[in-house]
Design a protein around this ligand. Structure first.
Ligand SMILES: C[S@@+](CC[C@H](N)C(=O)[O-])C[C@H]1O[C@@H](n2cnc3c(N)ncnc32)[C@H](O)[C@@H]1O
Length: 236
């Protein structure tokens, strides 16, 4: 398999990929978060996630408006397809926020994966401060594996907390992750393995995978972000 970025809906594309062909799933799916009630969650990502008064710099994206039940059902659908295409023992990393943490650990297990822990992305001080409350300065990486995960895998010892701030010059998507954060996370994959990201966005997971010497396959549904990712990635 060559490195590939595919423009399409993950639910349609994943069934076309060969079984047992990927060594890690590392992805940042739409969170369907951003509000306590269903009505609040149905707003666009731009309305939900941009801090008030901030200028919109990045395009909106779909699949972020579901309520809890339909988001869980949707997560299970695509995670079950990912289970099919991963090799036994492959690690699975799913980004989420504090609201969707319980739903994400449920979805991982409902799709047949073994849940192994939660790593923390500390976005550092000054992020989302709230007077009289705790700052929501962290996002989470729910992680697990397809079945057993031998300790002797060809992968290094990784920390459980990652401190990385978001820099404007390195942000190519409304919810883009720092490239240096992703460069650390992809090392969970066995050396030289193939990494799958079915919600590639601006391609940060794939850029990091490439820099760290892994093969990669990405899927992205929004034309704008597909073009952004393609421009960041080396041509196959
Ligand atoms: C949270 S963003 C990923 C951002 C990425 N981590 C980055 O650093 O740029 C999720 C992406 O999933 C895409 N998406 C939403 N529904 C999708 C679907 N059904 N199939 C494929 N991509 C989808 C959205 O367009 C969005 O770009």
């Amino acid at each position: 398999m060559k490195n590939e970025l595919i423009h399409g809906d993950a639910l349609s594309v994943l069934p076309t990929l060969p079984a047992n062909s990927f060594d890690a799933l590392i992805t940042d799916p739409p969170y369907a978060s951003g509000g306590v009630h269903a009505f609040a969650r149905q707003r666009s990502p731009n309305e939900k996630y941009m801090q008030s008064g901030a200028q919109q710099l990045h395009a909106d994206f779909p699949s972020d408006e579901r309520d809890q039940r339909s988001h869980l059902a949707w997560m299970q659908l695509w995670l079950a397809q990912c289970n099919r295409v991963l090799r036994d023992g492959a690690p699975v990393l799913l980004f989420t926020d504090w609201r969707q943490l319980p739903l994400t650990t449920d979805a991982l297990q409902c799709a047949g994966f073994t849940w192994r822990g939660v790593a923390v992305w500390d976005k550092t001080g000054g992020v989302r401060p709230q007077r009289g409350r705790f700052s929501n300065q962290a996002e989470y990486v729910v992680w697990g594996s397809k079945g057993g995960m031998p300790l002797g895998r060809a992968a290094p010892t990784l920390p459980g907390v990652f401190r990385e701030s978001v820099r404007k010059a390195d942000k190519h998507h409304m919810t883009g992750k720092p490239t240096d954060l992703m460069r650390q996370l992809v090392r969970i994959c066995e050396q030289g393995g193939r990494i799958l990201d079915p919600f590639a966005g601006s391609g940060t997971t794939l850029v990091a995978a490439d820099l760290e010497g892994y093969s990669w396959t990405g899927i992205e549904m929004t034309g704008h972000y597909f073009d952004v990712a393609r421009a960041r990635l080396p041509s196959p």
